[in-house]
Design a protein around this ligand. Structure first.
Ligand code: UGA
Length: 473
């Protein structure tokens, strides 16, 4: 990217919490010319980052990291007080994992705020603390700001507290962080507002200013609406199958209306990831606490869970009863381009296959290790690398003797599907949950394809009567 020497260049910025989002955020400030110090309690993470190695599989992150480290504008420290002393404001990028009964677990963020409060006690001049973590509306003003003031002893003349949610999506984090569509600032005090405007000026994105609580609600409303679009497309996909049409054609034509928009209308196995499900649950719970019933949120979650049942039904239609069958599941991360398996729909899918009495052989080009770890945590003493569940390190070994392959995550490497892969299978049948295998490839590979959201007669090369979307070469 071309480095713009704008006002960000004069800002001294701290970022506390160097997870996926914190690191991408810190590097984007530095790439825009800011002077950035990153801090994380986890020494292993800071050591890796200091040596130019990204702890996360994320396109472009490691090269941006090495560029910004060598520019001298970005560095990491192992001492929070040092970061606070040398910066004008600190972005708090700590996780808010799912807590009990649909709520979020605020402990990491409150304890981070407390540590920050202690470090702030020893500072001079004005500081701004910016909450970037996803927290339910009202948290900054009612919980975090009072806690920061209590621990630091600083009044409004010395400390401003703002909310600034992020909208980075995994797989495109670097691009999203460097060139955001919009900046949402939740800020009440003029000094912090001025500083934040300066920090973001050279990003060139529209800045939308609200109260901290309003900004927090924007974050949840955004994720809830995106998830709603996905669930909507998934319901329409079930209709498309029965009507003998193609969900992508239908959604493309529907989304061509700019009031609707074409993004996030791709039907698939249901949404996964660390945000949508957790955020929707938290929003529904927060609404309930306010005396509001958020039916769209509840339904979005229900439809998402149902989509796995639907995928299993398609698998039964494609391969017959699954009992005693071998099924390969290709792709385990919640989307391509990341090794993140949090809330991946591959978990309920594999669970459903095993429940039906099938043997599952699972593969992912980058997320296999994380999937195995998470599976074993969730199933202590349960199936894992035994007869019923095999973690396969290559596609051919996953397909060996399989009666059915289910394409769960559309990694580009699966799209090449050579004939030799089909030859490994007992029956060359694939259930394509993302409609990512090109007809030319599957014809050449002599694969029978059943595609989610595609009804008979709507496939480009037609096909005999059979289950939804079935296509034979
Ligand atoms: C999401 C939001 O897109 C980000 O804006 C937000 O900042 C982030 O959550 C967060 O709150 O941190 P992310 O979860 O990384 O980002 O990934 P998405 O691209 O939104 O995908 C989420 C899930 O929806 C994936 O499983 C994906 O396969 C699925 N999806 C997405 C579909 O099935 N169809 C679509 O059309 C789009």
């Amino acid at each position: 990217m071309t480095r713009r020497r704008g006002p960000t260049g004069s800002a001294r910025i701290g970022v506390s919490g160097l997870g996926y989002m914190g690191l991408a955020t810190a590097l984007s400030f530095s790439a825009h010319g800011g002077s950035v110090i990153g801090y994380d309690v986890n020494r292993e993470v800071t050591d890796r980052i200091a040596h130019g190695r990204s702890p996360y599989h994320e396109a472009g992150l490691e090269s941006l990291l090495s560029r910004e480290l060598s520019s001298g504008r970005f560095r990491v420290v192992g001492d929070l007080a040092e970061m606070v002393a040398e910066t004008e404001g600190v972005f708090l990028c700590l996780p808010t994992p799912a807590g009990a009964r649909g709520r979020i677990d605020l402990r990491p963020v409150t304890s981070g705020a407390r540590q920050l409060g202690k470090a702030l006690r020893r500072t001079e001049g004005h500081r701004t603390v910016v909450i970037k973590s996803t927290v339910v509306p009202g948290t900054t003003e009612r919980v975090l700001e009072p806690e920061l003031r209590r621990v630091s002893g600083l009044g409004t003349d010395r400390l401003g507290v703002a909310a600034n949610p992020e909208f980075l999506a995994e797989g495109s984090m670097v691009r999203d962080a460097l060139r955001p569509e919009r900046i949402v600032l939740g800020v009440n005090d003029p000094r912090s507002r001025g500083w934040l405007r300066r920090v973001y000026r050279s990003f060139g994105a529209p800045v939308l200013e609200l109260s901290p609580t309003g900004a927090e609600l924007v974050k949840y409303a955004s994720n809830a609406f995106l998830a709603l679009k996905v669930s909507f497309a998934n319901e329409i996909s079930r209709m498309a199958e029965r009507l003998g049409t193609h969900v992508d054609d239908v959604m493309a034509a529907t989304g061509a209306d700019p009031r609707i928009g074409s993004k996030f209308l791709r039907a698939g196995p249901g949404f996964g990831g660390s945000c949508f499900e957790k955020d929707l649950r938290a929003l529904v719970t927060c609404a309930r606490d306010l005396g509001v019933r958020l039916r769209t949120g509840e339904t979005t979650l229900t439809v998402n869970a149902e989509q796995t049942h639907h995928a299993l039904e398609l698998a039964r239609q494609a391969a017959g009863p699954l009992h005693d069958r071998t099924v390969a599941v290709l792709g385990l991360s919640f989307k391509p381009g990341t090794d993140d398996v949090r809330e991946s729909r591959a978990f309920p899918l594999v669970t459903g296959l095993l429940k039906d009495g099938a043997r599952a052989r699972v593969h992912d080009p980058v997320a296999l290790g994380r999937f195995r770890e998470a599976w074993k945590l969730g199933h202590p003493g349960g199936p894992g690398n035994g007869e019923s569940l095999v973690f396969a390190s290559s596609v051919p070994s996953a397909l060996e003797g399989a009666d059915l392959a289910i394409l769960h995550t559309d990694w580009p490497e699966y799209r090449a599907w050579p004939r030799s892969w089909t030859d490994r299978m007992r029956q060359g049948v694939v259930l394509d949950l993302r409609r990512s295998l090109p007809a030319s490839v599957t014809t050449r590979a002599r694969l029978k394809v059943v595609a989610l959201g595609v009804g008979n007669g709507s496939m480009p090369n037609g096909g005999p009567a059979g289950p939804p979307g079935s296509r034979r070469p």
